[in-house]
Design a protein around this ligand. Structure first.
Ligand SMILES: Nc1ncnc2c1ncn2[C@@H]1O[C@H](COP(=O)(O)OP(=O)(O)OP(=O)(O)O)[C@@H](O)[C@H]1O
Length: 263
């Protein structure tokens, strides 16, 4: 593996994964993936198609279980055997499809599956308590500098960047300490991409750990503190953004750097 970079030698990472290995039948998706993320740090996970990025994220978020390897949250070894377990450890994932309900408004999407209700008469019926949900959501949105239309606006009418913002806000609203983002800017234009990158930087400012999968080197160099390069199911390099060039990252992704270095 190429040059390791560490933020603070005595800090405890919010997440550490060591030597993950995973196969799907005959396909060896991960052979040896290790990475860590510190509080207040953005780690970009990059690699060519099929390098193992999604499988790594799925293991951290409890969608897949590894064949081998260890996972630590705040220094404690954990077993993440379901998405619910990942949530219990404060890990929230925003997938590319965002899992939003288009026909519902913003506040209902923020509280999907965790709605605040109030009793009706007769008492076994309950009604959504939208004002309580809005009251609860507003300080979180404000603390992230998120500006959205009225929370009663249906999600279907939002722009791509706003939809991404709602999905990220939902992750933060539920007390996560690590947010995993899968290609958050893939479908966005320039202005919306900027909005989402700014939001990622605010998550970092709030002290959250963030892992971003991205194919876009420009975005990676805008927001990441460190860059983890996967190649053929292995961690091929971990770099401080400040001390690596895009060209070198791409060379490690494609294997060209290893050839040049004779590694
Ligand atoms: N459920 C599965 N069944 C069989 N093979 C799988 C499965 N999931 C992933 N793979 C294989 O594992 C390898 C790693 O895939 P993965 O999706 O993790 O890579 P990736 O880096 O996210 O790629 P991409 O950028 O194309 O999304 C690939 O060869 C892929 O075909």
């Amino acid at each position: 593996m190429q040059s390791m970079a560490r933020p603070a030698p005595d800090a405890t990472p919010v997440l550490r994964v060591e030597h993950l290995r995973k196969s799907f039948g005959a396909v060896q998706a991960l052979t040896d993936v290790s990475l860590d993320v510190y509080p207040g740090e953005v780690v970009a996970l990059v690699g060519d198609n099929g390098a193992g990025k999604s499988t790594t994220i799925k293991i951290i978020s409890g969608v897949e279980t590894p064949d081998e390897g260890r996972i630590f949250v705040d220094g404690e070894e954990v077993r993440i055997d379901s998405p619910a377990a990942a949530e219990r450890y404060g890990i929230q994932t925003v997938y590319q499809d965002l899992a939003l309900c288009d026909n519902l408004d913003i506040v209902s999407n923020l509280f999907l599956g965790r709605e605040i209700t109030r009793p009706l008469v007769p008492p076994f019926l309950r009604l959504l308590n939208k004002s309580a949900m809005e009251e609860r959501a507003k300080p979180v949105l404000d603390s992230l500098g998120i500006r959205l239309p009225a929370l009663s606006t249906p999600v279907a009418s939002l722009s791509g960047g706003q939809r991404q913002t709602v999905a990220v806000a939902r992750a933060v609203l539920w007390g996560s300490k690590l947010v995993l983002l899968d290609e958050p800017t893939a479908a966005l234009g320039v202005a919306q991409t900027r909005q989402v990158l700014d939001l990622i930087l605010r998550l970092k400012d709030k002290g959250l750990g963030v892992i971003v999968i991205s194919h876009n080197m420009h975005d990676v160099f805008q927001v990441a503190d460190r860059i983890v390069v996967l190649r053929l199911g292995r961690t091929a390099g971990v770099f401080d953004k400040a001390s690596v060039t895009r060209e070198h990252v791409v060379a490690v992704m494609t294997g060209a750097a290893a050839e040049v270095n004779g590694a």
